[in-house]
Ligand binder design. Structure first.
Ligand SMILES: Nc1nc2c(c(=O)[nH]1)N[C@H]1C(S)=C(S)[C@@H](COP(=O)(O)OP(=O)(O)OC[C@H]3O[C@@H](n4cnc5c(=O)[nH]c(N)nc54)[C@H](O)[C@@H]3O)O[C@H]1N2
Ligand SMILES: Nc1nc2c(c(=O)[nH]1)N[C@H]1C(S)=C(S)[C@@H](COP(=O)(O)OP(=O)(O)OC[C@H]3O[C@@H](n4cnc5c(=O)[nH]c(N)nc54)[C@H](O)[C@@H]3O)O[C@H]1N2
Ligand code: SF4
Ligand SMILES: [Mo]
Length: 702
């Protein structure tokens, strides 16, 4: 017997976390004999600093999960039965091309709807060949609104530019306000930067109706009623302006509409704001003083606060604050909502809108997928192509989505790495590669670095990356434009071919060599650091922060910051509130990214089970004890979860960390059976948290 041990072929590959998370971590993948055995954070990356999160630490388990789809499959049982048989790629592509041709012949390209969101945030696999394909087809356009749309729009009318304070400057801030964001869970690599500031004497304030993991690390936690943050911000403005604590010089030079704002803020004295928000008068005054007198002061916003019917306005009002006190003067002051607007990739080259020719297809707001599938005629949606998304788990009003997916005359293709709630409803399932098996180019929405991901291992089974799938499908459809043959490398070069000054010097070769490159940000602040609006330069029509927005007035909104009650609330709909008195928040789960990672047993075990947090007073009023199985319901649907009786949420608010696969709930209905598909005030954004429900006890705990 030969006992000689073969030497193991071990390599380390640089990769990038592709998930919908602001951090965009640099990963080091250890590969032994072609198998990934270890995934860790790159110690040299300035943001990652050698650690990943609790989720991506389990990446090896995720990549080799039993839930992977490894071959194309065709449905053989009734819709939704989960009965499939394996088929080859040729057969799958032939069938899709034939069905798509027939749909185009009967209804035109608009009879087909692509549906995608953030399975990966890579430029190649979420913003390139897919768009080319559907543009060439003349398919219905998808409005990608499910996450950020209200914020983007509210910000547009106020600051204009969608970038802000460099998080690497947070350690020098003296006041950090996490306003409706929970970075310990959703943006973990911001925490060491916040901790460094706290160690330097900074105060961390968290404004959140729920006592989150971040609130537990804060010096001060304020718990407003959901959807009342505009009133709170107006209360701060009231105190700041009345006491002359605003920065007159900055306001005069770089804002529009201060006189009107002063009058508006006068309508929000602390007593009124206390009644609206549920925060005590004294606390409002104290926060106003702290904010106006502590320098540098920086606000961190993300997307939790804007998942409301008034979400655009909430973001707009809060983004007015830094200009009022001149916080933008300092590189460590100001506000960070997203960094994405700082990048200047060439999306026209990637997505080729010119392939539309002179066609102007209709568009569908993705949060209304169920309405589109069940309601659109002229033409109806006859073909649906889902990739990078799991709408049965993640889209609102899932009963409506399911009614659409159940249509016998709908031809549904789902490209995913895993068997999900949505693949169950497919006619054809196509296997997607994981990030370890593909090339991509990455940007971050919480920092200013560009990176390139290289495959660490060969594709598992017959899985294929998105861009490759759309190349193949384009060929099957007879699309012979050369752009459908562009390689991954060519796509990367096209994305980087831009004259935006901050992108200067970023090339594929340099990314391969240096692994990450920071944007060439202006070093205009003290110490040569980036201070995005120290000298103004806002991208609004006036070039200033628009306290008063003529564009909003034209659109029928209040041109000034204002408090608008939530459509579903005691103030906004007393009759509905009488029947469904609890506001259900479904914020981000610590161990998942949206519905991704439900396949990883280590993570589902740590997350526990579908749970709803309820205040002891609300629980007592319903005879609910900790651990009881309860039914949450409203006019849209119902779902069954276990109660966690805890004062983490305010009375009147319940919270269920999302998103568990619907199939993991008792009775198979997930949290989104309850959520509304009603668009927000701006941008058609999602309103998951403007969601009144009632809760009743089903059985006692086990
Ligand atoms: N672990 C993990 N990380 C994630 C994700 C995940 O699913 N899991 N998802 C990623 C994605 S897609 C996104 S968009 C980001 C989102 O990141 P965040 O915006 O930080 O996360 P959310 O949990 O959606 O919302 C943050 C907080 O908003 C609070 N909130 C709700 N309504 C209101 C309100 O009216 N006012 C105030 N002040 N607060 C309110 C919620 O209680 C919640 O704690 O996270 C990303 N990171
Ligand atoms: N109740 C409630 N619902 C919410 C939210 C909430 O706060 N509460 N948040 C909303 C937000 S902010 C967001 S961003 C959305 C996210 O909604 P989705 O984008 O639908 O996110 P996921 O449910 O995680 O589904 C992503 C899918 O893409 C697949 N995937 C990953 N990589 C690839 C790839 O390379 N190719 C292909 N073809 N597939 C891939 C994953 O396996 C996964 O099944 O959810 C929203 N839904
Ligand atoms: S999910 Fe976020 S924190 Fe976790 S590895 Fe990816 S980028 Fe980093
Ligand atoms: Mo999101």
């Amino acid at each position: 017997m030969d006992t000689t041990k073969q030497a193991v072929d071990r390599r380390i590959v640089h990769a990038v976390c592709p998930h919908d998370c602001p951090d965009c971590c640099a990963m080091r993948i250890t590969v032994e004999d072609g198998r990934a055995v270890r995934v860790e954070g790159d110690p040299d990356h300035p943001i990652t600093r050698g650690f990943l999160c609790v989720k991506v630490n389990q990446y090896v388990e995720h990549v080799y999960s039993e839930r992977r789809v490894l071959t194309p499959r065709r449905r053989v049982g009734p819709k939704g039965s989960g009965q499939f048989k394996e088929i080859g790629w040729d057969e799958a592509l032939d069938e899709i091309a034939a069905r798509f041709r027939a749909i185009v012949a009967a209804h035109g390209g608009e009879g087909i709807l692509p549906y995608s969101y953030s399975g990966t945030l890579g430029l190649l696999h979420n913003y390139s060949m897919d768009y080319r394909f559907f543009h060439r087809l003349g398919a219905t356009l998808l409005e990608r609104t499910i996450c950020t749309a209200a914020a983007v729009e509210g910000n547009k009318y106020t600051l204009g530019s969608y970038y802000g304070t460099d998080p690497e400057n947070f350690p020098d801030a003296k006041l950090i306000i996490c306003w409706g964001t929970n970075p310990v869970t959703s943006n973990p690599h911001l925490m060491p930067l916040i901790k460094a500031a706290q160690d330097n004497g900074a105060t961390l304030v968290v404004i959140d109706p729920r006592r989150t993991r971040t609130a537990e690390r804060a010096d001060w936690h304020l718990q407003p009623r959901p959807g009342t943050d505009a009133a709170l911000a107006l209360g701060l403005m009231h105190v700041i302006i009345a006491e002359g604590l605003h920065d007159e010089e900055y306001v005069r030079a770089h804002t529009l509409g201060f006189d009107e704002l002063r009058e508006r803020a006068a309508e929000y004295p602390p007593a009124r704001v206390a009644a609206l928000t549920g925060i005590a008068e004294g606390e409002i005054v104290r926060l106003a003083h702290l904010y106006a007198t502590t320098k540098p002061a920086v606000i961190r916003l993300q997307y939790g606060m804007q998942r409301h019917s008034n979400g655009g306005m909430l973001v707009r009002v809060v983004t007015c604050l830094p200009a009022l006190i001149g916080a933008w003067r300092d590189p460590s002051g100001g506000l960070l909502m997203s960094t994405s607007g700082g990048f200047g990739f060439n999306f026209r080259a990637l997505q080729r809108p010119d392939l539309l020719g002179d066609r102007r297809p209709r568009s569908v707001n993705m949060i209304q997928l169920g309405d589109a599938l069940t309601g659109l005629t002229d033409p109806p949606i006859a073909g649906l192509f889902i990739y990078n998304a799991d709408p049965v788990a993640s889209a609102p009003d899932s009963n409506r989505v399911l009614a659409g997916l159940a249509r016998e005359d709908l031809f549904t293709v789902v490209h995913d790495t895993y068997c999900t709630d949505t693949t169950r409803w497919a006619d054809i399932i196509l296997p997607a590669t994981s990030q370890l098996e593909q090339t991509d180019l990455h940007w971050a929405y919480g920092n200013y670095y560009v990176q390139m991901n290289r495959p660490a291992i060969a594709p598992l089974g017959e899985s294929k990356p998105n861009a490759e799938l759309f190349r193949l499908l384009a060929a099957r459809m007879g699309f012979d434009e050369p752009c459908f043959r562009d390689s991954d490398e060519a796509l990367i070069d096209q994305a980087l071919d831009t004259d935006r000054p901050w992108m200067r010097g970023i090339t594929r070769e340099r990314l391969a060599r240096e692994r990450w490159v920071k944007l060439d940000l202006p070093q205009n602040g003290p110490g040569g650091r980036f201070a995005p609006f120290a000298e103004g330069g806002f991208r609004t029509p006036s070039g200033k922060v628009e306290f008063y927005s003529a564009r909003l007035k034209e659109l029928g909104h209040d041109p000034l910051p204002t408090h608008v009650p939530l459509v579903e609330s005691a103030e906004g709909s007393p009759e509905l509130h009488a029947r469904y008195p609890l506001t259900l928040l479904s914020p981000k789960a610590h161990h998942f990214i949206n519905s991704t990672f439900n396949d990883v047993a280590t993570l589902t075990r740590r997350e526990g089970r579908p749970t709803i947090e309820i205040h002891p007073d609300d629980a007592a009023a319903r005879g609910i004890a900790d651990g009881d199985l309860v039914r949450a319901f409203n006019d849209r649907g119902e779902c069954f979860l276990h109660a966690l009786v805890i004062d983490r949420v305010r009375p009147g608010v319940v919270a269920s960390p999302a998103t568990w696969w619907a199939s993991k709930f008792k009775c198979g209905q997930g949290i989104n059976a309850l959520t509304p598909s009603r668009p927000a005030d701006m941008g058609g954004g999602a309103t998951f948290y403007t969601n009144l429900v009632q809760i009743e006890r089903v059985t006692s705990g086990e």
